[in-house]
Design a protein around this ligand. Sequence first.
Ligand code: SF4
Length: 330
Amino acid sequence: MIPELRKKQFEKEGYRVVGNHSVVKVCEYTKKALRAEDVCYKCTFYGIRSWRCVEMSPTYFCDHRCMFCWRDIKYVYPKWNGPVDEPDEIIDGCIAAWQGLLNGFKGSEKTVQSRFDETRTPSHFAISLTGEPTMYPKLPELIDALHRRNISSFLVTNGTIPEMIEKLIDHQPTQLYVSLYGPNEKIYRRTANPITEDAWQRLQKTLSMLGKFKRSVIRLTLTKGWNMSEPEAYGELLKNVDFDFLECKGYMWVGHSQERLMLENSPRHEEVVEFAKQIGKTAGLKIVDEKENSRVCMLMKEDSADRVMTFAEPKQFKILEEKQAPEYLT
Ligand code: SF4
């Protein structure tokens, strides 16, 4: 159950609480996409419709207290506690709350009305808003329920619950993201402050299962002075992991992270690209796409980079849309 104080804080920060333990919010890029100002890098890289994306989480607490996290990191628990809501209730509740938050866009001259109309049928769930989603005991059922509704799912995890990752092998999200906060245990613990002793070992177990997923991404949130060092060590670690995409994203000085870090800890885009190239040299990866204003670049293994050309490039995206777009991306 979400404590009353946290509920009030969530509401004040523009979130909506759904049931006992879920939260939803309208992403800034959903708003920009509705005004045709911009889309998010998951749109340019993977074809996600930012204006039809519901950003949510079935878990409001985490087991990490990452220095760079834009959320309030006070609410940490090592495992699930409290009632467990049903997946369809969570999905219905999140969609209704999300559409409610978008009402202000209806009829606004700045809004692309055709896109607003498409928000009536969201096509994507970003299960990444807050907390550690893999703690939610019915996560496999939630993902199955989304796909039954032709809604794609990107799941972001810090990898500390390998038991759930194992269960998800038979209930795969459209794309599984595993966050890697350091090239070794020392830097990882200093940056992510996990509340469990064996967090690093559990993360390694999760990384060892990635090859069993249709689409997997390892994401680095690079924070100067904390985990943006030893690119070769990142490369050595990644050499032994079977994943599809590596995202190197620069830390952004926003939200509650401003209480812990300085603007100087936020790298410029060119610094992120240079660091990514160093990792790529060691791990045999090459940059296949980037988005400057999100300070992010995407890498793939040298020998499979060509495959992405049919996925990511916006112009390719255009072709994708007409000919090949999977049902739930249309
Ligand atoms: S995929 Fe992520 S960044 Fe893009 S619109 Fe959805 S929540 Fe926002």
